[in-house]
Ligand binder design. Structure first.
Ligand SMILES: [Zn+2]
Ligand SMILES: [Zn+2]
Length: 138
């Protein structure tokens, strides 16, 4: 019974994030949306599931500085999100899943010059996407 509840919660969370994979959510957003849908999943279950899905690489997790909250976004059609660097548009929030190959030479330099090893899964580069850049000029 308990395991079934757990599976159902997990499924509901994944389904919700997958249907809205172009958006980012805080844990609170997800809790509110699910309870508006009539679900009775409690908040700590949601947090636990989100943590697990991040570890499994099914979700991207990043800190959103403008709202000072941790956000989650479903990652579809990508390799595990816990193993590559992400970039984000600081204006519209769009997430990019980057190819680690881009950073191979930078990584070598970081290690040799600074003794620093990149944590790919936790690194987010902030930039401005082409559309937002255009909009900011015109
Ligand atoms: Zn990713
Ligand atoms: Zn943008």
């Amino acid at each position: 019974m308990k395991a079934e509840y757990r599976t159902k919660s997990r499924y509901a969370i994944i389904e919700y994030l997958r249907e809205n994979s172009d958006k980012r959510f805080t844990a609170k957003d997800i809790a509110d949306a699910l309870s508006a849908d009539g679900s009775d999943i409690n908040r700590s279950t949601i947090y636990r599931n989100l943590e697990r899905l991040c570890l499994e690489g099914k979700l991207v997790r990043y800190k959103e500085s403008d709202i000072n909250a941790t956000c989650y976004q479903y990652s579809e059609g990508h390799e595990a999100c816990n193993r590559h660097i992400h970039a984000q548009c600081s204006c519209c929030g769009k997430i990019y899943h980057l190819n680690n190959e881009l950073f191979k030479s930078a990584e070598k330099k970081l290690i040799s010059d600074y003794g620093l090893y990149i944590d790919y899964g936790k690194t987010v580069i902030i930039g401005l996407c082409e559309e937002c850049k255009k909009a900011s000029i015109t």
